[in-house]
Design a protein. Structure first.
Length: 75
């Protein structure tokens, strides 16, 4: 999927060759390990997403950090 996406992080849109594969719908929410549910993600986005998913799984309130997209606008 890295090549399909042109090494573009599906969260922030940055091109990252040192990215990772991520389940777009987490396995904990019934996401499957298949091409349609895998996306290329950069390490910071992956860490954020994992943190958020872990917090959601525990039922905690999640403070979502503001994130600025490649176009300079908040996402
Ligand atoms: Zn990213």
């Amino acid at each position: 999927m890295a090549i399909r996406d042109g090494y573009k992080c599906y969260v922030c849109g940055r091109i990252v060759e040192q990215g990772e594969c991520d389940h777009i719908v987490p396995v904990s929410k019934g996401g499957k390990t298949e091409m349609g549910n895998l996306g290329w993600i950069c390490p910071p986005c992956h860490a954020d997403k994992s943190e958020r998913e872990a917090a959601e799984a525990q039922g905690r309130n999640v403070r979502i950090k503001a994130r600025i997209g490649v176009d300079g606008w908040p996402m």
